[in-house]
Design a protein around this ligand. Structure first.
Ligand code: ATP
Length: 261
């Protein structure tokens, strides 16, 4: 499988200074956060990254998105060096980022508008997706009338409709209650299996990573480095019932122990 994304030996040390909020959270200037991270996402592959809180997962995404330039290493997209370049990936952050003053359809077409490609075809595609996820009745509504789960569906759809070939999802269901989160995982699985975009997904949940991914990288505590790579052996289309499978439970235990050690 060819690589959509490759991170080659990525290291990052925040320069910083002073006693700002970061320092109060325990990071001093000059302390390394990423320490030689190597990982890849194949074409059409769903890859998850799990790591302890504060290990540097969001920082890694900022490096991939070009918002932060690493102190060492390279970011390759389709084999081209894009280190420090923005605008190359589609990114969905942890919290809801729908613009409250734009309708659902307006939010979905935002990226296309910025890129000057919000034509009738883009609009029809957005409407078709809204129909497919049962939210077409909300096209002209504003985000505040949607539940948290519905808003995250729209935010995910917005990332999916962006013409970028790599989707980076940073713990997109972290703020949802357990039941909605489970529904969203099933929903994401079914939508992704139709689209098969290359995805890099950050999560704290071992179960979520096992349910959704083809491969999982486990990061060490800060400074983060990859301590283990796991090939998820379950076929697709994947059903939610897989959570009760003996192999699933065994693998979940193994990853948990890997994270603890
Ligand atoms: N701009 C910055 N300057 C200094 N330190 C920073 C900066 N951004 C992040 N950090 C520190 O780097 C470390 C990694 O942060 P990051 O947000 O990447 O972790 P994370 O694994 O995504 O955490 P969580 O799982 O809790 O979301 C943290 O200790 C954080 O305080």
């Amino acid at each position: 499988m060819s690589s959509k994304l490759a991170l080659c030996d990525i290291s990052l040390t925040f320069a910083g200074g002073g006693a700002g909020p970061r320092e109060r959270r325990g990071v001093q200037a000059g302390v390394p956060v990423l320490d030689g991270v190597n990982l890849r996402v194949g074409d059409g592959e769903f890859v998850s990254v799990i790591g302890p809180s504060g290990s540097g997962k969001s920082t890694l995404f900022q490096v991939i998105g070009g918002v932060l330039t690493p102190s060492g290493g390279r970011v390759l997209l389709d084999g081209a060096d894009v280190t420090g370049q923005t605008g190359r990936i589609s990114y969905m952050p942890q919290s809801n980022t729908l613009l409250p003053w734009r309708t659902v359809l307006g939010n979905l077409l935002l990226i296309r508008e910025v890129e000057g490609t919000a034509d009738a075809e883009a609009r029809a595609e957005a409407m078709a997706w809204l129909r497919r996820i049962g939210l077409d009745g909300y096209a002209d509504s504003y985000p505040h009338v949607l539940s948290g789960g519905m808003q995250q569906r729209v935010a995910f759809l917005r990332a999916l409709l962006s013409p970028k070939e790599l989707l980076c999802l940073d713990e997109p269901f972290g703020a949802l209650d357990a039941l909605t989160r489970q529904e969203m995982q099933e929903w994401l699985l079914s939508v992704w299996e139709e689209d098969r975009r290359s995805v890099l997904f950050v999560t704290h949940s071992i179960e979520e990573a096992l349910l959704l991914s083809d491969r999982i990288y486990i990061l060490s505590p800060r400074p983060a480095t990859v301590i283990r790579e796991i090939q998820v052996p379950f076929g697709r289309p994947r059903k939610e019932e897989i959570r009760h499978d003996a192999a699933f439970i065994q693998l979940r235990r193994e990853i948990y122990e890997g994270l603890r050690s």
